[in-house]
Design a protein around this ligand. Structure first.
Ligand SMILES: Cc1ncc(COP(=O)(O)O)c(C=O)c1O
Length: 347
């Protein structure tokens, strides 16, 4: 499974986990609502692994690296509704390797959303209580050391895949989208992508810079203020660019910082707290296009994208594409039921 040829980034070990390219569709009814008739959506919620989502792309490179190093168990960490955790669990099934998930939460009374998927995929979930991310990493490393004493070969996926190697997943997404746009002769000059820890957006920005700035990348921050996300992305972009230069001999044709604009005006009250716009957008995407999003990443990013259109920053005559990064399992949680009840949509 390692080293699948796709014509780019072929020299990195890679496990084929998804169905590529993901669909590129027109958002005609939603576009009509904002008087923009060249709106597209790239369906990375339909990557074909587990419940789908952005981390599938990063996991292809990270598991490729793990298998090359002889790992027999993968460890990663997140809250109990982490999309990365459940996708890692699914990826490990496909790669035939064990998976241990470290959650900085207490065990739930009854599992829901991603927790159910983790069980279905047979991952071992370890709950370490409500500690911060640094402490959670420390606990994960301690588990890895303990596994080593038992003769196992653990491989840790750090920082929610926001590492230079993990960012390569979205370098490949930029190449893939560019190929779709060219082969279908589409006019897409703007792309909107979400930024939390920044690995996804960094890869996409670097891919766009390697291609020479065919579209402008609008990064909608959902976790950190702009200066913090900028700093995280600058480190990831330079780390990933270095790797690509060394392994593939490719260099950006445009300065990465010039192909992107970062926005932090949709953070609202903070990470994972929906805003009035993100809640409206969530319903609107479902009810105009029959497509689901969720409240932490995708509806906030889509709301930000529509806001850029309404402010004229993305003009109505320039094609624009929103990258849907998935995360749908969290829709099936009590948190979302409470939101629905609060908005009067269900009783
Ligand atoms: C569905 C979804 N979209 C977007 C992101 C953001 O990715 P990043 O942390 O690479 O910025 C995540 C992160 O977990 C996610 O689960």
């Amino acid at each position: 499974m390692i080293g699948i040829r796709r014509g780019y980034l072929d020299r990195f070990p890679r496990v084929n986990l998804g169905i590529w390219p993901t669909p590129l569709q027109e958002l005609s009814r939603m576009g009509g609502r904002v008087s923009h008739h060249k709106l597209f959506i790239k369906r990375d919620d339909l990557t074909g692994l587990g419940q789908g989502g952005n981390k599938t792309r990063s996991l292809e490179f990270l598991l490729g690296d793990a298998l090359r190093k002889g790992a027999d168990v993968i460890l990663t960490a997140g809250r109990s509704q982490s999309n990365l955790c459940s996708l890692t669990a699914a990826a490990c099934c496909k790669a035939g390797i064990e998976c241990v998930l470290v959650h900085n939460d207490d065990p739930p009374d009854s599992p829901e959303g991603n927790m159910i998927l983790n069980r279905i995929f047979g991952a071992e979930s370890v709950f370490v209580g409500k500690v911060d991310e640094e402490q959670r990493t420390g606990k994960m490393e301690a588990i890895a050391r303990e596994l080593e004493t038992r003769g196992r070969k653990p491989y840790i996926i750090y920082n929610g895949t926001s590492t230079p190697l993990g960012a390569l997943g979205y370098v490949s997404a930029a190449f893939e989208l560019y190929g779709q746009i060219r082969s279908q002769s589409l006019d897409v000059r703007h792309v909107a992508i979400v930024g939390a820890m920044g690995g996804t957006a960094s890869g996409f920005v670097l891919g766009t810079a390697l291609l020479g700035h065919p579209f402008h990348v609008h990064v909608i921050s959902v976790e950190y203020p702009k200066p913090v996300l900028h700093r995280l992305m600058a480190e990831l972009i330079s780390g990933a660019a270095e790797m690509i230069k060394e392994v593939e001999g490719l260099q950006p044709l445009a300065p990465p910082e010039e192909v992107m604009t970062v926005y932090d005006d949709h953070l609202g009250e903070g990470y994972a707290i929906p805003t009035p716009l993100s809640k409206r957008t969530w319903y609107e995407l479902a009810r105009t296009e029959g497509i689901l999003s969720e409240h932490v990443y995708t509806s906030k990013c889509l709301g930000g994208f529509l806001d850029l259109i309404q402010k004229g920053i993305i003009p109505p005559d320039e094609g624009a594409c929103y990258i849907h990064t998935g995360g749908l399992a969290s829709v099936f949680t009590q948190g979302v039921v409470r939101l629905l009840q609060a908005s009067g949509e269900v009783v």
